[in-house]
Design a protein around this ligand. Structure first.
Ligand code: SAH
Length: 395
């Protein structure tokens, strides 16, 4: 097996079991591994540190599969990891009556670059690194054996594939072609998901627990759901007794799915307004029109893909949070999120605090919000925590 030798003093992160080896940490490579091939990683003194997938095109040159020297990376390895991921979610799925949930959460489930989401009778996968791509057929065969589904679909169309030198790909991997939209269940909520066109694998499963936070707060409320996508928060708000919900999104297709999600949940479409618009502009329009709301959800797309974009992203978050806080009635609630992994929770909180200050409104954090339990963060991989939110009460 080929092996990678690290530069002096570059072993601490691997000793702490962080699964990424950056190109700058590498001194030499022995052998000529193909992209995705399994390599050992050793210290300059020859101490064995880990075994992972070699990715010559990426800044993340090796993604570690195992920190156990005796563990081979083979069929049994992948079966064990997949079984472990499934077992860790079994109780959650049963307790919360889920037919849609994340089955495999990449690095945090010990499978770097592999995402698997289940939507009822279909699995939707993303293979986001060259190591994951190399083992794709085997992983798909094992998923098929472990989970009784009708079909397995691939949504490896994320731009992160480009950094790995992989072409983007979407299509059927096994079994039947999924229908245009699939209905699945989260407790008492039901949703349509478009696994071909929807973002990521089609739906924001990571917000499940945060949707439930609307219960007890939305009763009788006038709600503004910004960046509403297919209306996950709106369904929850209406079930929780909201008087009226306004969905704002710039995607007509997302709003259409949101309408269908109302019918699927037997909710009165008369209580919902769908607005196809740019949230930045619409919030200003509501400000100028002196519109007020009791509860606002701000769940924008990722504003920062790289550190260089962080200050621009910060201005974006500040802008929408400032406007939203001003639109809230006294005692109103703001659900505000950032799904940019690069945006640290402390910085995000500071931005929201600045927004409240500028709005001249006393604001409290009532609860800190995170990605749902089927999107765990391995302690050795803090980068896995990307979704953070604040539930604030505005005075
Ligand atoms: N809150 C959603 C997920 C939001 S995803 C949920 O819980 O399911 C981000 C959404 O923002 C997408 O639907 C995208 O169409 C929309 N979007 C992105 N930029 C926008 C903008 N400037 N104005 C309005 N919508 C925007």
């Amino acid at each position: 097996m080929a092996f990678v030798i690290l530069k002096p003093k570059r072993d601490p992160s691997l000793l702490r079991r962080h699964p990424w080896v950056f190109s700058g940490a590498m001194a030499k490579i022995r052998g000529k591994p193909d992209p995705g091939e399994t390599v050992d990683v050793v210290s300059p003194r020859g101490t064995w540190l880990g075994r992972g997938a070699y990715s010559p095109r990426s800044q993340i040159r090796v993604r570690i599969w195992t920190f156990n020297e005796d563990e081979a990376v083979d069929e049994a390895f992948f079966r064990n990891r997949l079984e472990r991921a499934l077992a860790s979610r079994r109780d959650l799925v049963r307790r919360q009556h889920l037919t849609g949930y994340r089955v495999v959460n990449a690095e945090s489930d010990g499978l770097p670059g592999v995402i698997v989401d289940r939507y009822d009778d279909y699995l939707v996968c993303q293979f986001l690194a060259v190591g994951a791509e190399t083992w794709k057929d085997l992983i798909v065969a094992q998923l098929k054996a472990l989970i009784p589904v009708e079909g397995i679909f691939e949504r490896s169309d994320s731009p992160v594939r480009d950094k790995e030198g992989l072409a983007r790909r979407t299509g059927i991997l096994a079994g039947k072609e999924p229908p245009e939209t699939i209905a699945f269940q989260e407790g008492t909520h039901r949703f349509w998901v478009d696994v071909r066109q929807g973002h990521k694998t089609g739906f924001y499963l990571d917000q499940r627990e945060n949707r439930l936070e609307l219960y007890g707060l939305a009763d009788g409320a006038e709600v503004l759901n910004c960046f509403s996508f297919s209306g996950g928060f709106s369904v929850a708000a209406l079930k929780a007794g909201a008087r009226h919900v306004t969905n704002v999104d710039m995607s007509a297709a997302a709003l259409e799915l949101s309408r269908r999600n109302l019918t699927l949940n037997d909710l009165d479409p008369g209580r919902v307004e769908h607005v196809e618009a740019d949230v930045f502009k619409k919030l200003r329009y509501y400000r100028d029109a002196a519109r007020r709301f009791d509860l606002i959800v701000l769940d924008p797309p990722k504003f920062a893909d790289s550190r260089a974009q962080l200050s621009r992203a910060s201005r974006g978050y500040k802008d929408i949070n400032l406007l939203a806080i001003k639109l809230l009635r006294a005692g109103g609630y703001l659900f505000t999120f950032s799904c940019s992994g690069l945006m640290e929770p402390e910085l995000f909180q500071k931005i929201v605090a600045d927004a409240a200050l500028d709005a001249g409104r006393d604001t409290q954090i009532v609860k800190r919000l995170n990605q749902a339990a089927d999107h765990p963060t391995a302690l050795n991989f803090p980068e896995g925590h990307y979704l953070k939110g604040l539930l604030c009460r505005v005075g």
